[in-house]
Design a binder for this molecule. Sequence first.
Ligand code: ZN
Length: 482
Amino acid sequence: MAVTILIPTPLRPYVGGRDALELEGGSVGELLEQLAGEHAGLKRHLFAEDGRLRSFVNVYVNDRDIRQLAQRETPVKAGDTVSIIPSIAGGTAVHVGVQPAAPQLPKLSHEEILRYSRHLILPDVGVEGQKKLKAARVLLVGAGGLGSPAALYLAAAGVGTLGIVDFDVVDKTNLQRQVLHGTSTVGIPKLESAKQRISDLNPNVRVETFETRLTAENALDIIRDFDIVADGTDNFPTRYLVNDACVLLGKPNVYGSIFRFEGQASVFHAKQGPCYRCLYSEPPPPGLVPSCAEGGVLGVLPGIIGSIQAMETIKLILGVGEPLIGRLVLFDALKLQFRELKLEKDPDCPVCGTHPTVTELIDYEAFCGIGAEPSYDGAEITAQDLKTEWDRSADLLVIDVREPHEYEIAHIDGAVLIPLSELPTRLGEFDGHREIVTHCHHGARSLKALEILKAAGFSKVRSLRGGIDAWAVNVDPSLPRY
Ligand code: ZN
């Protein structure tokens, strides 16, 4: 019998789409090297250039986090299950400790008693618990896919004050999953849309809005006034920022993240367990893990994970049950399977460890390598210019690096479909002297394609700025946008 290696969704394209592989080996290191050897594309995801295992990839043996052990030497035996868990763009009863003591808890009105009657008759909530909910102040970072169900359930449950940080405007593509918003609020700020919906759901809830991007300059001031933070962001810089600010302020951070059909949830509360950095000390390099906008997400999934965040938040406020501290829940929607992994606090964690090196907020964009992205001056072409040049020279080669299912939604006539993941092995198909323009959906993947082509020696390569979306807007309005 061999060892089963579970492959997470973002890495499945590198192993022929499979979710599990059977390998023979005596240690974790042997298995991973074998895996990288057999599937070349996986190697750069698993190992850094110096050969060490990348720190945004965690490995578990039979649900045990092995980072505290000599990771690579950890022995495995036939029948074991090794899980690879990359970071994705989402103890005992805890009393948050900032609730006013019982005598200062707010009174409930007759309307509130009626509204919350199903809570009041629950022994673990009762009048006392409902008053704790009313006194609680919860900050939602992001009013998107995860923030939507979290905001709705927390408001319905009677959390007295909901803070929401967001600076986006409701867009039609949001409505497939962001159930806080509606067709009638497309085009208006998400905060305004959220406020309208929440006040209809429960006018007793006070909504405090922060129409801003959360930054190292404002995070401590915003978070300080709240008891609990529910993190529903979609990018790594904000994840690390929220984590560090919560650790510095001693606040629990109710974490959720989603990708395609998979979700993760945990409660990071450094006073009692690990923080996000204990789990993933470094972010993946920009672009290695696709965002929801690039990778897609099943509409119901954020509903499930965001609801778990709301549930955990309410448990923390009430001080009931076993919070998700020190545990990471993984949800696989396709198999309808929940798995739970134990998380250890990392004594060397740079922010919550015994000798922290991060004692104030830092530049998170730089930390996540975002400022360090190469400049693409002159490497991009606008949709109109592409149209003009292409009309003039039929010799121009346009390569569509999206996936076949995207090509089916809409495509530019004459473009050749070669998905980004296949590009490195299909370079022999083009003539190096031709002018090449790469394109994708919004213009990010096509820049990666451009880098691959340039590195392979193709000199006349440009990328369509704004992708097929810009083409649909500026050149061919008959194409559907998606
Ligand atoms: Zn930590």
